[in-house]
Design a protein around this ligand. Structure first.
Ligand SMILES: [Zn+2]
Length: 444
C-alpha cells in the first residue's frame, strides 16, 4: 500500500523509506527546486483547510499569467527573454502564456519587423494593452469625492469631483450615474472589470459595508451591493489608509525596491494605518485592522471618542495639530480651519504653525517607533497634508525612532512621505481593481 509517497509495510506496521530516496537533500529541498522561493517564504503558512486553493493546473496557469502581467506592468516594454530571466519561467512556458495574452488582447507586440545590424530578428518588446481594461476608482472623503477612470497602464483618462452627500444611498446613485456616463464616453475600452472605492472610516471589506466614521454621517451602508446594483459592475471597497498602503506597494517608490512589508500611516482628521505583509494587505480577523490611532500613549490623557483615554490619534492627527496651533496663538490669535492652510503658514515660516507641526511630528515619531518595534516593516510611508512640511517633520520623527527602537536592524527602516502628493487614496481606490487583476492567491 502506498501512502503519501512512502511504502507502508503491512507486516511491520510502520512506514519504510524506499531505497531510491535521495538522502543528500531534505524532502523540502527536493520539492522546492526554486531555492530563492524557498528561502524567501520558508513555507511557513498553515494550509487554509476551510477554503482550500489547490495548486492544480488551472491555478498554476493563472499564477504564471499574473506574474507575467505584473512584470510587464513594472518593466514594459520588455522582451520574452528578459521576462524569462526575471521570472525564472522557461521559454516554452513564457511563449505559451504570451501567446494566450496576445490572443486575449491583454498585451501587444511593438516595433516588430526591424532587423539587427547582423540581419537577425531582434526580440519583440511586449507591452500591456492600455485599452484592455478601464478601471474605475472612487475616493470618498468627508468633503469631496473624486471619480476617476484609468487605463490598464494606470494612466488616468478622466476624472470628475463632487461634494460628498450626507445621504449615502442617493449619493451613491449619483456616482453610479456618472460611471454609466463614463462608460458610454470611453467605449474604446474592451472591458470594465470593476470599481474600487476608498472610504474614510471603518470598512468591512468582506461584507462590503461601510461601518462608521467620525467624519462622515454614514453608518452601516452596504456600499458594494448598492453600487453593484446600480452599475452592474463588481465593486471592491476598503478604507483610505489601506487603499493608500496598497497603492504604495504597487505604484509607490517602494515598488522599485521590491518592498514586501510596509506600514502606511495616514494622517488626516484622524490617524489610520494600512499594513502590507509579504506583498498583501493585512485586513485582520474581522476586516478592520489598522486602527492603530486608538492605541493609548498616555493613560492619563484626555478622553477619546473611542471610550479610552490618551489615544495616539488625539496627539498626532490633523485635528490635534490644528487645536495645538489655536492654543499657541491664544484666544485672540489667528484661526485656521484646514491643515492645508496651516501647512501654507509653515511654508511662510510662521513660528506657531511650525511649532504645532513639530510637536505633532514628535508624537508621530513615538507612535511609529512602537509600530516598527511590533511589525518590523521595511518601509514606513506617511501620507497626508502634514508631509508637505517634510523638511520640518522628518528629522524629528527620525530622531524619535532612533532613540527608542529595540532591534539594531530596525534603524534601517526607511521612513518616507507618500509617493503621491495628490490623493493617495484615489490611487488606492484604482489599485483595488488593479490588485484584483494582477495579484496572486495564497496556494494551499
Ligand atoms: Zn481612541
Amino acid at each position: 500500500m502506498k501512502e503519501g509517497g512512502f511504502n507502508l509495510s503491512p507486516s511491520r506496521k510502520r512506514y519504510v523509506v524506499p531505497s531510491e530516496v535521495d538522502r543528500s537533500k531534505t524532502l523540502t529541498q527536493q520539492l522546492a527546486k526554486n531555492q530563492t522561493l524557498q528561502r524567501r517564504h520558508g513555507f511557513t503558512r498553515k494550509p487554509n483547510l476551510a477554503d482550500v486553493t489547490a495548486a492544480g493546473h488551472d491555478m498554476l496557469r493563472l499564477v504564471n499569467r499574473r506574474i507575467l502581467l505584473s512584470i510587464l506592468s513594472d518593466r514594459q516594454p520588455i522582451s520574452r527573454a528578459e521576462i524569462a530571466k526575471i521570472s525564472g519561467l522557461n521559454k516554452a512556458t513564457i511563449s505559451t502564456i504570451t501567446g494566450e495574452l496576445l490572443k486575449d488582447a491583454c498585451i501587444i507586440e511593438e516595433g516588430s519587423g526591424r532587423t539587427t545590424p547582423i540581419g537577425g530578428k531582434p526580440p519583440t518588446p511586449l507591452r500591456l494593452n492600455a485599452k484592455r481594461f478601464g478601471l474605475f476608482g472612487v475616493d470618498i472623503r468627508a468633503d469631496e469625492t473624486v471619480l476617476a477612470l484609468c487605463d490598464f497602464n494606470n494612466r488616468i483618462v478622466s476624472r470628475v469631483s463632487f461634494e460628498t452627500g450626507s445621504v449615502a444611498s442617493s449619493f451613491l446613485n449619483k456616482i453610479a450615474k456618472e460611471i454609466r456616463k463614463f462608460r458610454s464616453q470611453h467605449d474604446s475600452f474592451i472591458e470594465f472589470p470593476g470599481i474600487g472605492v476608498s472610504l474614510p472610516g471603518l470598512v468591512d471589506n468582506q461584507s462590503g459595508k461601510f461601518l462608521l466614521s467620525v467624519v462622515l454621517p454614514w453608518r452601516d451602508v452596504p456600499v458594494v451591493s448598492l453600487l453593484e446594483k446600480a452599475t452592474s459592475l463588481p465593486v471592491i471597497i476598503d478604507n483610505s489608509a489601506r487603499c493608500s498602503a496598497l497603492a504604495e506597494i504597487w505604484h509607490g517608490k517602494a515598488q522599485y525596491a521590491h518592498v514586501r512589508d510596509l506600514l502606511y500611516v495616514g494622517v488626516s482628521t484622524g490617524l489610520a494605518c494600512g499594513v502590507v505583509i509579504d506583498g498583501g494587505l493585512y485586513r485582520g480577523g474581522n476586516n478592520t485592522a489598522g486602527q492603530f490611532g486608538h492605541i493609548p500613549i498616555d493613560i492619563n490623557g484626555p478622553d477619546c471618542r473611542c471610550g479610552q483615554r490618551g489615544c495616539w490619534d488625539l496627539y498626532a492627527s490633523d485635528k490635534a495639530t490644528l487645536k495645538r496651533y489655536a492654543e499657541l496663538r491664544g484666544p485672540n490669535g489667528k484661526r485656521v480651519s484646514t491643515m492645508r492652510k496651516l501647512m501654507e503658514l509653515v511654508e511662510t515660516g510662521d513660528a506657531a504653525a511650525t511649532e504645532a507641526v513639530r510637536e505633532t511630528a514628535r508624537y508621530l515619531g513615538i507612535g511609529i517607533t512602537g509600530l516598527i518595534n511590533g511589525l518590523d516593516p521595511e518601509v514606513v510611508v506617511i501620507g497626508g497634508e502634514i508631509t508637505k512640511g517634510w523638511g520640518v517633520i522628518e528629522p524629528i520623527i527620525v530622531e524619535e525612532t532612533k532613540r527608542n527602537l529595540l532591534a539594531p536592524r530596525a534603524h534601517r527602516v526607511a521612513i518616507r512621505p507618500s509617493a503621491f502628493e495628490v490623493r493617495p487614496s484615489l490611487k488606492g481606490a484604482l489599485t483595488l481593481i488593479q490588485n484584483s487583476l494582477l495579484s496572486v492567491p495564497h496556494m494551499g
